[in-house]
Design a binder for this molecule. Structure first.
Ligand SMILES: Cc1cc2nc3c(=O)[nH]c(=O)nc-3n(C[C@H](O)[C@H](O)[C@H](O)COP(=O)(O)OP(=O)(O)OC[C@H]3O[C@@H](n4cnc5c(N)ncnc54)[C@H](O)[C@@H]3O)c2cc1C
Length: 400
């Protein structure tokens, strides 16, 4: 019998329960990834995925597992690939579309499904904590204080070194993101070496080490959150814990919170009124939306961030809050249009974190108040010398 590992947003060999189980239980293992058509996805998002798949293919090859990349409808493609006696191994993913795919696959094949996308599992928390607010959730999981240890890769893997010099990057990028498990593990090690110890003070900044930049690898699963936590705890044991090392865990809890909320509430975070009852009607003024996307609203701080995402597929957390708030509360546009734009462009696009944060800022998520960010006030606080604005608003041409 053959085990087929159906890869999704879990593009790694480390801490991959589906792969490890398949290798332990089956004589032959093959892997498959069904790629979304590029369509209107941003160039940087597609590049990051291609790099990730290249590294995954190499690492799986070392374990004697061949990776096949297909395009098209999931069940249709799997039917062509999977033999009737095969077992399909995969990880559960957050999202309504993803859950529908899982149900279809379970209907058509013999399957084994595992959970590694979050640190905590919904079953351990209970839905009441998720219907409330983040603090209730955090207190509950911190009280329990447990999560699973990562699982080692099912064999010796020599992680391929990512190239040191990287071509094709906008020189203004906050970080030269490169897809793939090796680059993610390298970044984790480098960040835990030193910058993590000042994370709490720097995390609202816009430069390389101001925040961890781990989101891109976490989003497509080339890095597992349990590996990040295990390494963070090791760093704390060896070099001491402080408020900043705790804060990285705190932020990872937001990621878990949004994932578990979306799993609990199904399609509701895609509705105009999100998790709130009743109906809400939002405006759509295409000209205003186009100016927001192009970074031509006339509000320099907002425009600088919007140019950054367009060119690099990246924007800091502070930038995301400011630009989302501007679209929703100043331009008064439908928050889901902004969420969709981010979905197509962010290299760290993650369905739960994206729709969860957008709904939160729109006041239709599970928050008790509606946050609003005044761009001028934010600029004075976080970019007082206008260095970030100058970086993105000067007429300097992009070197590609
Ligand atoms: C409107 C909006 C849209 C967003 N869309 C996404 C998205 O598609 N994908 C995504 O990963 N994050 C999203 N975020 C959350 C956050 O902006 C990014 O996770 C963070 O900027 C990534 O940078 P970092 O890895 O350096 O984060 P760090 O500050 O180093 O945080 C460490 C990790 O914690 C998690 N995290 C931190 N803040 C949040 C948060 N607010 N919500 C959920 N997880 C968090 C991420 O996994 C991150 O990698 C969004 C935030 C907003 C306001």
């Amino acid at each position: 019998m053959t085990g087929v590992v159906w890869y999704r947003n879990d593009l790694r060999v480390d801490d991959h329960e589906a792969l490890t189980r398949a290798c332990n239980e089956q004589n032959t293992v093959r892997a498959v990834f069904i790629q979304q058509e590029s369509g209107n996805r941003g160039e940087q998002q597609v590049r990051f995925e291609q790099e990730t798949l290249r590294f995954l293919r190499e690492h799986l090859g070392q374990l004697g597992v061949e990776l096949t990349i297909l395009q098209g409808e999931t069940v249709e493609q799997l039917t062509l690939f999977v033999q009737p006696e095969d077992v399909v191994y995969f990880h559960r993913m957050t999202g309504e579309y993803e859950a529908r795919q899982e149900n279809e696959v379970k209907k058509h094949f013999t399957t084994q499904m595992y959970e590694t996308q979050t640190l905590h599992l919904r079953e351990d928390i209970g839905s009441d904590e998720l219907k409330r607010v983040f603090t209730a959730f955090r207190k509950r999981v911190e009280y329990d204080g447990r999560f699973a240890e990562p699982i080692e890769a099912p064999g010796e893997v020599r992680y391929i070194e990512p190239p040191q010099t990287r071509a094709g990057y906008d020189p203004r990028t906050a970080f030269p993101f490169m897809g793939g498990e090796s680059a993610g593990l390298d970044r984790l090690a480098a960040y835990l070496e030193r910058p993590v110890f000042t994370y709490k003070e720097t995390r609202n900044g816009f430069d390389v080490d101001d925040s961890s930049k781990l989101s891109a690898w976490l989003a497509n699963g080339s890095l597992s959150p349990r590996r990040v936590m295990a390494e963070l705890q090791r760093t704390e044991r060896e070099h001491g814990a402080n408020e900043s090392t705790y804060w990285l865990y705190f932020e990872l809890l937001w990621r878990d919170f949004f994932h578990l909320t979306m799993r609990e509430t199904g399609h509701r975070l895609f509705r105009s009124n999100g998790l709130k009852d009743g109906r809400l009607t939002w405006k759509t003024d295409q000209a205003a939306i186009d100016r927001w996307i192009a970074g031509e609203t006339g509000e320099p701080f907002v425009d600088a961030f919007m140019r950054e995402i367009k060119e690099t597929g990246w924007m800091s957390n502070r930038g995301r809050q400011i630009t989302a708030s501007y679209l929703i509360h100043d331009l008064k546009q439908d928050w889901r249009i902004g969420a969709r734009y981010f979905e197509q462009h962010l290299i760290d696009y993650d369905v739960a974190s994206n729709y969860g944060n957008w709904a939160y800022i729109a006041g239709v998520g599970n928050a008790t108040r509606t946050p609003r960010f005044n761009p001028e006030f934010q600029q004075q606080k976080y970019d007082p010398n206008r260095a970030f604005i100058r970086r993105w608003m000067s007429s300097e041409t992009t070197e590609k």
